[in-house]
Design a binder for this molecule. Structure first.
Ligand SMILES: Cc1cc2nc3c(=O)[nH]c(=O)nc-3n(C[C@H](O)[C@H](O)[C@H](O)COP(=O)(O)OP(=O)(O)OC[C@H]3O[C@@H](n4cnc5c(N)ncnc54)[C@H](O)[C@@H]3O)c2cc1C
Length: 638
């Protein structure tokens, strides 16, 4: 029987983390080198934790399916990273960042974790500056800040539109130093295909070498999954094409609970879909909403070019509806409102599924050079993709799947329900509740990797009775046989449809029924459709080639097979949560003004799902959420 214990420390909110760090058992320096930690993933969370654990003295092995740690999806992050430094002196504080994040998450996150995140945020900036991250600076040399959605202060640190890349270079540099010292063993082009659990504890992983096809066993005293989010279950998303749910899903199948899988973030400012055979969507950073104004024509079906529509015939609907936050409302609100105006027939562009993001007023006020200095690379990217010049014409944008707030359930120590198995960064169910505020994923990934896990993992390792399990143990053989059999089964189908074809079909179903708006009827329909797609996949997928060398179709097929199972838990979770909250909008649960209507009495809990078999209904476990510091209230940005 699974018991959920969040291990939240006692004491006042602002002292919990400090007290906990003191209470955590330590491993003495001479003993640390006896323990081996396997860290899967080299994004911001994985690279920062692997480097830090190695610096502390642990033996670390690091894994990524990419050819270098630097290619992790974190490199794509554009806009920035939050911290409560209050450099602009505009009223920010640790408490305000904590408050904004709990409120922004629509009261579905764990207060103690969010407070810790806000506390650690300032250390992250100091650490990254010490690493040499080239954050934007003011003329006088101070670090510069800009604003992101859901906050009325400027607390976002940035490096032009390449913040993730610069932060990842810092973490990669730290990791590389440990690799060259021999304290981290790096495995590139190496994909986790199963987790090994022995006597109830995580003791290793099974991997496939993506170049040679070789299946390998790796033993460790603890396993850390820093494997990112599952947004690509929707096929089209802003995520890197390789992002997938497999590591987290395989862990779930081995006994780790999966929390809040239906909490997906749909980002309001992406380049709209333009065709059936598109495979990727592009984000235009939220930072653009600092200066860009969002509008649609007041007249339905107005086909005049944007520049010919006079000011009085434009509806700046976010500024009109939410005067306090205007264009900087949180993502869930901005996305839902864009969908609403487009569904009502006010959308622009060839498909009518787009709204304008207009910089003309900012260019007039600040000058083109100032806008170019702030967003130059984003404007260039937009221009290259669409062939339109955003300095002359407003950008056209539409919401797209971007981030997943759900993930493996973890306690305050970031440990899953399998002892010794940790999940960090986007892979855990994180601190963002039902809606993540912009610039807080980088903050969370680095908080987990540089500061939280390197403290909390000591507690587990210090108490561990070291034993002599090695990779010849029967559980390794069993996991390897299972993973290998699955690959062989995929190759043996020899059907007529490509993997992408099935992935696209799954994505469309998920977008239509579990995307920006969900209803009981749609979710039930999807739960009927999904098993049919899964069956069709297993009887008609075509995976050419063999398993003995580089075979990208096989890699993809293995991941899509997992998406096809995992999607069912997402649908079940969305169906169970009949309230609306954050990014999860149930049509049946809205206020008279069409805003998300929470039901705190029935749903103030983390929904953690236990896998019971493919096609079997997963079992729901609830972690009740208490709000002591930020009282529950209807979220308002008016
Ligand atoms: C376009 C874009 C822009 C963004 N901009 C911002 C921003 O400005 N600010 C912000 O705060 N957030 C932003 N985000 C969100 C943020 O970038 C991510 O949430 C964050 O980088 C995730 O980091 P991570 O380390 O958890 O995972 P990732 O960076 O996704 O890394 C996952 C790692 O796991 C490895 N991996 C996965 N599965 C396996 C497996 N089975 N075997 C081996 N290795 C595996 C991968 O190779 C990779 O190394 C943005 C996201 C996108 C898509």
């Amino acid at each position: 029987m699974v018991q959920l214990n969040a291990q939240i420390p006692d004491g006042p909110m602002a002292e919990k983390w400090t007290r906990h760090k003191f209470g955590v058992k330590l491993v003495n320096p001479a003993n640390k080198r006896k323990y081996k930690v396997l860290v899967v993933g080299t994004g911001l969370a994985g690279a920062s934790s692997a480097a830090t654990l190695a610096e502390l003295g642990y033996q670390v092995e690091s894994f990524t399916y990419s050819d270098t740690p630097r290619r992790a999806h974190s490199i794509a992050a554009q806009g920035g990273i939050n911290a409560a430094k209050n450099y602009p002196n505009d009223g920010d504080s640790v408490h305000r960042l904590f408050y904004d994040t709990v409120k922004g998450g629509d009261y579905r996150s764990r207060e103690a974790n969010v407070h810790r995140l806000a506390e650690v945020s300032n250390q992250i900036i100091d650490h990254c500056v010490a690493q040499g991250i080239p954050f934007a600076r003011e003329y006088g040399g101070n670090l510069s800040n800009r604003s992101f959605g859901g906050a009325q202060v400027s607390r976002t640190f940035y490096a032009r539109g390449q913040t993730g890349q610069q932060l990842l270079l810092g973490a990669y540099g730290a990791l590389q130093k440990e690799i060259s010292k021999g304290s981290v063993k790096m495995h590139t082009r190496c994909e986790l295909i199963d987790v090994v659990v022995i006597d109830g504890r995580a003791r290793g992983i099974i991997t496939r070498n993506l170049v040679t096809g070789e299946i390998e066993r790796h033993e460790g005293d603890a396993v850390v999954l820093a494997t990112g989010g599952y947004g690509n279950v929707f096929y089209l998303s802003t995520n890197a094409m390789n992002c997938n749910a497999s590591a987290a899903w395989r862990a779930c199948k081995k006994g780790a609970l999966f929390a809040n899988p239906c909490f997906t973030q749909i980002h309001p400012t992406c380049i709209p879909v333009h065709g059936d055979y598109q495979s990727k969507l592009t984000l235009m950073s939220e930072s653009l909403r600092n200066d860009g104004r969002i509008w649609v024509p007041k007249q339905k079906g107005d086909t005049r070019p944007a520049t010919q529509i006079p000011e009085e015939e434009r509806d700046y609907y976010l500024e009109r509806k939410y005067p306090s936050f205007g264009n900087l409302v949180p993502r869930d609100l901005a996305s839902r409102n864009a969908k609403e105006v487009c569904d009502a027939g006010y959308g622009v562009g060839p498909t009518g599924d787009a709204v304008y993001l207009d910089f003309s007023e900012a260019i007039e006020r600040l000058g083109r050079d100032a806008i170019e200095a702030r967003y130059g690379n984003l404007f260039e990217m937009y221009n290259r993709i669409t062939d339109d010049d955003p300095y002359e014409m407003p950008m056209m944008i539409y919401p797209a799947v971007h981030y997943t707030m759900g993930g493996l359930w973890v306690d305050y120590n970031l440990m899953t329900t399998i002892p010794g198995l940790y999940a960090i960064g986007e892979a855990n169910f994180s601190d963002h509740g039902a809606n993540r505020l912009g610039a807080s994923a980088l903050m969370q990934g680095l908080a987990d990797g540089y500061f939280v896990l390197p403290n909390t993992i000591n507690n587990y390792l210090a108490e561990l009775q070291r034993d002599t399990v090695d990779t010849s143990h029967a559980s390794f053989a069993e996991a390897e046989a299972e993973a290998t059999a699955k690959l062989e089964k995929l190759l043996a189908v020899k059907g007529s449809r490509t993997v992408d074809d099935f992935h696209r079909e799954l994505g469309l179903l998920m977008w239509n029924e579990c995307g920006m708006a969900r209803s009981e009827e749609g979710l039930r329909k999807a739960l009927e459709e999904l098993p049919k797609i899964r069956e069709a996949f297993w009887s008609d997928v075509n995976v050419p080639g063999s398993g003995d060398d580089l075979n990208q179709a096989l890699e993809k097929a293995n991941r899509v097979a997992d998406f096809l199972e995992f999607a069912e838990v997402m649908l079940r979770d969305a169906l169970n949560r009949s309230e609306s909250c954050g990014g999860h909008f149930r049509l049946e649960s809205q206020t008279e003004e069409g805003e998300a209507l929470r039901d705190d009495e029935a749903f103030a809990y983390v929904a953690a799902w236990e896998f019971k078999g493919v096609g079997e209904e997963a079992v729901l476990h609830k972690e009740p959420l208490a709000f002591e510091e930020v009282p529950l209230s209807q979220r308002s940005y008016k």
